[in-house]
Design a protein around this ligand. Sequence first.
Ligand SMILES: *[C@@H]1O[C@H](CO)[C@@H](O)[C@H](O)[C@H]1NC(C)=O
Ligand SMILES: *[C@@H]1O[C@H](CO)[C@@H](O)[C@H](O)[C@H]1NC(C)=O
Length: 429
Amino acid sequence: MTASVRLLFLYIFSLFISFPTAQTTFRPKALVLPVTKDVSTSIPQYVTQIKQRTPLVPVKLTVDLGGGYLWVNCEEGYVPSTSKPVHCPSAQCSLFGSNNCIGGNVCLYSVYNSVAHVALSTVYINADVVSINSTDGNNPGRIVSLPNFPFVCGTSMIQEGLAIGVTGMAGLGRSKVSFPSQFASAFSFPRKFAICLSSSPSTDGVIFFGDGPYNLGYLKADVSKALTFTPLVTNPVSSVPLSIIGEPSVEYFIGVKSIRISGKNVPLNTTLLSINRKGIGGTKISTVDPYTVMETSIYKSVSNAFIEAVRAPTVAPVAPFGTCFAFHDIGSTRMGPAVPVIDLVLKNGVVWSIIGANSMVQFNDVICLGFVDAGLDSLGYPPRTSIVIGAHQLENNLLQFDLATSRLGFRSLFLDHTNCANFNFTPSA
Ligand SMILES: *[C@@H]1O[C@H](CO)[C@@H](O)[C@H](O)[C@H]1NC(C)=O
Ligand SMILES: *[C@@H]1O[C@H](CO)[C@@H](O)[C@H](O)[C@H]1NC(C)=O
């Protein structure tokens, strides 16, 4: 075929079907994944779905905001028709770190399940096709594929504790091999992503990779233009089991300077709020902790200030919470239960306000402050991280993580009278 005949053929052909090879020249500006609140286990998990392998099959993954990589159970249900080991030495292997060639010519790593807290060393790093929807910020668009996406091979033992049908975890952390980093480098879009967790198991939230617009369906409002920003803080020490000694953490930390309830400062030991040289202290954001967990002295102080501000009697608490009220003593507003706002005061006086819908958890006629006292671990140690902001407190907030400029943008969608389920998942025609 001459070039012009081939072009004509391509043109006519593309009139009838979307021509698959066109994809190689199509460069998406952003990608999109749905996130479902899965309540099949005792603790909710936020689950996304990609397509992987040849032929492509849907793979469900628990979202781990602070996870470093994609891992999938390679032991069960994985027909490795196209999956191949990543070799050593290779550029792909060294993205995972420098020490992974100990196994000769195949790239090895460790794998960690942050839900069940189980880890395994010396597992393979494989690569396979990953397929995902692109987006213009309104609807899912053309599907793009990465033919050689590296992931860590988990086992059935490591899969323990994940929601029904889930066979791995999607790491969104600050590493070179997490989804945000790999997608940004494959398609040369900004190293940014946004996550919005739905509070309802029946309507999906969303993850956008790349920059906005992040348009809310019927409002056609771009939430990326309405964010408040705060710097992300680095933690010099990873606390993930089997991570290399001295490696920095790939989790996301922010600088909480103080906490205010009803506008009043809560007395806190500020030493606990910053991260020391050993990586202890500070505030991180997590999608695998269902509720915010606080070091004991912080929890007690926040809880006391909250009880004082609510001005209602407390009732017998419902585990894992320690501060509960009778539902009929607490009114309701459009922003959820009518309780005082809890403000996390960040750098330069920027405030993350936690409203009733995010602070409270209801059990029939009892309603509890949805924060948990970390207590001491089995060896008698306080938690490494003083405040872990959990998923319940993130629901219906759009969070944008910018890895290049190291900052977090956030907005409560309650301010727009909407929620995370209002991003549109109907593909455009
Ligand atoms: C793309 O989005 C549509 C609609 O949400 C969904 O049915 C399809 O499975 C998605 N494709 C991939 C590759 O994830
Ligand atoms: C504040 O916390 C630090 C770190 O845990 C501790 O060493 C110090 O004794 C605490 N200060 C007070 C006044 O409790």
